[in-house]
Each structure stands twice: as C-alpha cells, then as structure tokens.
Design a protein around this ligand. Structure first.
Ligand code: INI
Length: 177
C-alpha cells in the first residue's frame, strides 16, 4: 500500500462515502456438535454401500461423533423421503443425508423413481425446515454409478455429507442474525 493510500484509509473506511458491502454468510465445514441421520436405500446396494462409506468417512473427518450418528436402511430410493421425514421429526438431528442409486438400465420407471426421490426429499427439507441433503445418484449405467461412488468421478456420498455440514452451519449463522 502506498503512503498516500495508508493515510487516506481511515477516512475512506469511516466516512459516509465508503462503499456499502453486503454481509456475507457462509457455513463452515467444521461439524462441531452437529448430529446427523443418514438414510440409505438397499436397491443397487453395491453402489449405495460405497456412497455410505464415503459419507461416514467424510462426517468423521469433519469431526462428527459416530456415536451420535444414525444410519437407517430402506428398500429403495422411493422410500427415502418418508424415512428422512420420520428421522427429521424426531428432533434428534441437525441434518439428514439421503443416499441411494437409481440406475436407468432397462428400468421403465426410472423417471418415476427419480422424481419420487428428489421431489420428496426437497419437499421434506422445506416442510421440516432442516437440511435434507440429496446424495442419490441417478445414472444411465452401473459403470457411471460406480465411477461416482468412490471411482474416477469421486464419491457423491462424500459430497452429500460435506454439503450437510455446511448447511447446518449456514442455517445456524442465519439464525444468529
Ligand atoms: N430403487 C432404487 O433405489 N434404484 C433403482 O434403480 C430402482 N429401479 O431401478 O427400479 C429402484 N426401484 C425401487 C423403488 O425405489 C421402490 O423401492 C419400489 O418401487 C417399492 O416402492
């Protein structure tokens, strides 16, 4: 900083012509004391168990106490929203992480399963006022699903867990306003 700029800085900072700046709110990735519920569907289990492993590993890495974490297994992605809603309704969790794998393959009702899972999850989050994070893969092939569950394209379970932590902290920041 030049000497002139250093001399002017106090005036610029405190004067009425200072440019207004927005307040920025962000959620940290430090889980602190937050409690998480995880819903995972059994359909395409070779994929969903990899997603679950990624999610639990991420939670632990960010400081979550596994003794205060619940994992609920359900049949398929269609059932995820109801289980998420029930977990949210207990009041015991700060966020719910939803994990599943819908693979198009030859499945004629692929779109219906995807919509039921995604719309139901989004609605549950709004109804319950809680972060309900969508870690459900929707892919055309099993190879694409494996690549996104700890393969070449990362792990969507990990991403979902990190998003859940961030959302808990962002909502806390907003509530502190
Ligand atoms: N459920 C899934 O989680 N993934 C799928 O790919 C899938 N396919 O392809 O059909 C699937 N179907 C089952 C569905 O989620 C329900 O469990 C079932 O319809 C009973 O309600």
């Amino acid at each position: 900083m030049t000497i002139a700029a250093r001399c002017l800085q106090p005036f610029l900072t405190f004067s009425f012509w200072r440019k207004a700046v927005p307040e920025i709110l962000t959620g940290s990735h430090d889980a602190g004391d937050a409690r998480f519920g995880v819903v995972v569907s059994r359909f395409n289990e070779p994929v969903t168990e990899r997603l679950l492993a990624g999610a639990l590993e991420a939670l632990e890495t960010h400081g979550v106490d596994m003794d205060r974490t619940t994992v609920a297994w359900c049949p398929g992605a269609v059932e995820i929203p109801l289980v998420a809603r029930k977990l949210a309704g207990t009041g015991s969790y700060d966020a719910i992480i939803c994990i599943g794998a819908v693979i198009r393959g030859e499945t004629p009702h692929f779109d219906a399963v995807c919509h039921a899972a995604s719309d139901g999850t989004a609605r549950t989050a709004l109804d319950m006022g809680l972060p309900i994070v969508f870690g459900v893969l929707t892919t055309d092939t099993a190879e694409q699903a494996l690549a996104r569950s700890g393969g070449k394209k990362g792990n969507k379970g990990t991403d979902a867990a990190v998003a859940a932590i961030e959302m808990v902290n962002l909502l806390r920041e907003i509530e502190r306003q």
